[in-house]
Write a protein that binds this ligand. Structure first.
Ligand code: NI
Length: 201
């Protein structure tokens, strides 16, 4: 192949190579419960490095991975990178058919604080704990401060399902899994039984 990818890369300028890399997305492997990376507090992302091609490429890979596995959120430690970075999105999701829509959201170094003492219990699952669901109490409304993928500071409040997903994902950055947040393990259920007995609740 006279004009293969390698030849192109060797002859291309650095800018072109970066552009090419940026457009080549990969589906990343998901760390499963028991992997120590899920139990470590993640490192903060230096704000200056947010716009670097390497980090932007990684964010694109996380989004592609979340969509591939029909997650509504994904935290960097779940793909073996101990960094404070999460992606969230909810659009017509077969894993959560009743889930309200959430636009694509990238949160870097998020700080979450409750805006109310009120908590709701609802079902959660996790790509790192496959085939299991359980009811988890979460604050109904929260304030979130973070950086977006352009490195800009963002500060907003979130309610209900969006607030739940943010709390679940930011817990991953502290090494906390949803099982740790369950008050009782009585609602723990396999996915098949969830669909058979509980999904229409
Ligand atoms: Ni999770």
């Amino acid at each position: 192949m006279p004009h293969g990818l390698r030849g192109f890369i060797e002859s291309a300028s650095l800018v072109l190579v970066e552009e090419l890399e940026r457009r080549t997305m990969a589906i990343l492997k998901i760390a499963q419960m028991g992997n120590p990376v899920l139990r470590r507090p993640a490192d903060r992302v230096p704000v200056k490095s947010i716009t670097s091609p390497v980090l932007q490429h990684f964010v694109d890979d996380m989004i592609a991975t979340m969509r591939e596995y029909s997650g509504v959120g994904l935290a960097a430690p779940q793909v073996h990178e101990s960094l404070q970075l999460v992606v969230i999105e909810s659009i017509e999701n077969p894993r959560y058919p009743q889930a309200p829509a959430i636009p694509l959201t990238v949160l870097i170094n998020p700080a979450v604080e409750p805006l109310t003492d009120e908590m709701d219990e609802d079902w959660e699952g996790c790509l790192s704990i496959p085939e299991i669901r359980g009811k988890v109490p979460r604050y109904r409304e929260i304030r979130v401060r973070a950086h977006d993928r352009e490195g800009k500071p963002i500060d907003f409040s979130a309610k209900n399902f969006f607030a739940r997903v943010i709390q679940h994902e930011s817990d991953h950055l502290q090494g906390i899994l949803f099982l740790d947040r369950m008050q009782k393990l009585g609602t723990l259920t396999y996915l098949a039984e969830y669909h058979r007995y509980w999904a229409k609740e």
